[in-house]
Design a protein around this ligand. Structure first.
Ligand code: ARG
Length: 460
C-alpha cells in the first residue's frame, strides 16, 4: 500500500529497492531528541497563535514525551517504511494520540524540520568539540609547565635545527588547538539561527511566530530567507572543515609521537594504556593510538570532500541529495571526538626522556647559529660573514668528529682570529635556549609567560 504520510496521489507503494535507497532512518534516528524538541516548540507556538487548539497542543506535547521516553528506553520500533526519523516520530504520535497528531505538521515541512534537527545536532556537537579541545589544551599546558626547561632539538626538514624546549614545543600545539576552538565557537555563532517555519521553501500563510520558536529552541533568532534556509548546509560544511583542520593538527602531533617513541629517538615513552603489543614480536610496544589518530584524518577529510561534492551542483532549494549530509557529519564527529580524547590521554600520560632529548639537542651542531650570532655581536661581523665563518667551524668539527664546543680555542682562532674564550659560554644548548628571549621565543621565561597567558584566557 502507499505511504500514509504522503501517499494520497499514489496508487501503489515503493519498490523494495526504492525503499532501501530512500530510507534514512538507519542513521537519522540519531536526531530523535532534536526532532522531538523541534516539534514541541512548533506545537506550542501553533497553539499560542491560535492555529491549533490548546487541547490538541497538550495531547501532542504529552504524546511526544511518551515517544521520547520510548526511544530512550529502547522500546521504540523504528520502521524503514516510514523513511526517516521525522515520519517515524509522527506516525508513533498518531498511534498514541489519534487525529491531533495530524495537526502537528501544520505550517511545517520535512525540509525545514530536517534543517532544524540537523542544525541543533551540529550545534550541540560543536559545543562538545570545544570542550574536548579544552581538555587537550589543559593537558598540554601541564606538560609545558613541567618541561619549560627541558631542552630538545628543534627541527626543520626533520633535521636538527636549533635547541628548543619541550615546553615550547607543547605550546606550539596549544596555539594550534586554541585556533581550532576559536573556529568552533565562531561556527556556533554562524549557525545560531532557527530554520523552523521556512516550511517547504516559501514560508507559510499561517500566522506563525518564528521568533517564538527560535527563542524556545535556544537560537539567537530565525533565519531570514526561507529558500536559503532549506537549501543551506553551510553549517555542516563548516563543521567538517574545522574538523579537517583540527584532525590535521592531531595528525601532525600523532606523527611526532610515533617518531619520538621509536627506540632510535627515544624522546618519549607512551604509557602502556595507550600502546599495544605484537602477537609475534615480544619486545614490541606500538603506538597504535597515535597511528589511528593520524589515520582518522583520512576519514574526516573524506567526509568534507564528500559533502562538498554532494552540495556543489544542487539547484535551490531542497533536493533529496541533501539526505546524504548526515552520515558524513556523524562519522566525522565520532572520529574527531575519539581522536581528541585519545590524544588528550596520550599527552597526559606520556613520559619524557629528558636525557635523550638533551643529548640529541646537542648533536648536529645545533648551536651553530649561536656562534654566528656571537660573531655578529662580539666581533662586529656582518651576519653573512659570520654565517660563513661558522660554516667553516662546523666543517672542522665534523672532520674531527666532535661537537662545536669541543673545538679548542686555537682551532677556532685559526678560523677567525677575533674568536675568544667567551664564545664557549654561548655554545651550550642551555645557553642557546636561554638566549632566545624574543617575544614568543623558546627561552624558558618566555614559555612560562605564554603558559600563564593561556591559563588566564582559559579561566576567563
Ligand atoms: N530524510 C530527509 C533528509 O534527511 C528529510 C527531508 C525530506 N524532505 C522531502 N521533501 N522529501 O533530508
Amino acid at each position: 500500500q502507499s505511504n500514509a504520510m504522503w501517499g494520497g496521489r499514489f496508487a501503489k507503494g515503493p519498490a523494495a529497492i526504492m525503499e532501501e535507497i530512500n530510507a534514512s532512518i538507519g542513521f537519522d534516528k540519531k536526531l530523535y531528541a532534536q526532532d522531538i524538541a523541534g516539534s514541541k516548540a512548533h506545537a506550542t507556538m501553533l497553539a499560542a497563535k491560535g492555529i491549533i487548539t490548546e487541547a490538541d497542543r497538550d495531547q501532542i506535547l504529552k504524546g511526544l514525551d511518551t515517544v521520547l521516553e520510548e526511544i530512550e528506553s529502547g522500546r521504540f520500533e523504528f520502521s524503514r517504511k516510514l523513511e526517516d526519523i521525522h515520519m517515524n516520530v509522527e506516525a508513533r504520535l498518531a498511534a498514541l494520540i489519534g487525529p491531533a497528531a495530524g495537526r502537528l505538521h501544520t505550517a511545517r515541512s520535512r525540509n525545514d524540520q530536517v534543517a532544524l534537527d540537523f542544525r541543533l545536532w551540529v550545534k550541540a556537537e560543536m559545543e562538545k568539540t570545544a570542550q574536548a579541545i579544552d581538555a587537550l589544551i589543559l593537558a598540554f599546558l601541564d606538560r609545558a609547565e613541567e618541561h619549560a626547561d627541558t631542552v630538545m632539538p628543534g627541527f626543520t626538514h626533520l633535521q636538527t635545527a636549533q635547541p628548543v624546549t619541550f615546553g615550547h614545543h607543547c605550546m606550539a600545539y596549544v596555539e594550534m588547538f586554541a585556533r581550532d576552538k576559536a573556529r568552533v565557537l565562531h561556527a556556533i555563532e554562524h549557525l545560531d539561527e532557527s530554520p523552523i517555519g521556512a516550511a517547504a521553501l516559501a514560508g507559510t500563510g499561517f500566522p506563525i511566530d518564528r521568533h517564538m520558536t527560535a527563542a524556545a529552541l535556544g537560537f539567537a533568532g530565525p533565519t531570514r530567507n526561507s529558500i536559503d534556509t532549506v537549501s543551506d548546509r553551510d553549517f555542516a560544511l563548516e563543521f567538517l572543515s574545522i574538523a579537517a583542520i583540527s584532525a590535521t593538527h592531531l595528525s601532525r602531533l600523532a606523527e611526532e609521537i610515533v617518531i619520538w617513541s621509536t627506540p632510535q629517538f627515544g624522546f618519549i615513552r607512551l604509557s602502556d594504556a595507550f600502546s599495544t603489543g605484537s602477537s609475534i614480536m615480544p619486545q614490541k610496544k606500538n603506538p597504535d593510538a597515535a597511528e589511528l589518530v593520524r589515520a582518522k584524518t583520512g576519514r574526516i577529510n573524506g567526509s568534507l570532500i564528500a559533502l562538498l561534492t554532494v552540495m556543489k551542483g544542487l539547484p535551490l532549494a531542497y533536493s533529496k541529495d541533501m539526505q546524504e549530509d548526515k552520515e558524513q557529519v556523524f562519522d566525522a564527529a565520532e572520529s574527531l571526538e575519539l581522536a581528541l580524547a585519545a590524544m588528550t590521554g596520550m599527552v597526559r600520560d606520556l613520559t619524557v626522556n629528558a636525557d635523550r632529548m638533551r643529548a640529541a639537542a646537542g648533536s648536529g651542531f645545533s648551536t651553530a647559529t649561536d656562534l654566528a650570532d656571537w660573531l655578529v655581536r662580539e666581533a662586529g661581523l656582518p651576519f653573512r660573514d659570520a654565517h660563513h665563518v661558522t660554516g667553516r667551524a662546523v666543517a672542522a668539527a665534523e672532520a674531527k668528529g666532535v661537537a662545536l664546543e669541543a673545538l679548542s680555542l686555537d682551532e677556532l682562532k685559526a678560523i677567525h682570529p677575533d674568536i675568544t674564550d667567551a664564545v664557549f659560554s654561548v655554545l651550550s644548548v642551555d645557553a642557546s635556549v636561554a638566549s632566545r628571549t624574543s617575544f614568543g621565543g623558546t627561552a624558558p621565561a618566555q614559555v612560562r609567560q605564554q603558559i600563564a597567558w593561556w591559563r588566564t584566557r582559559l579561566a576567563g
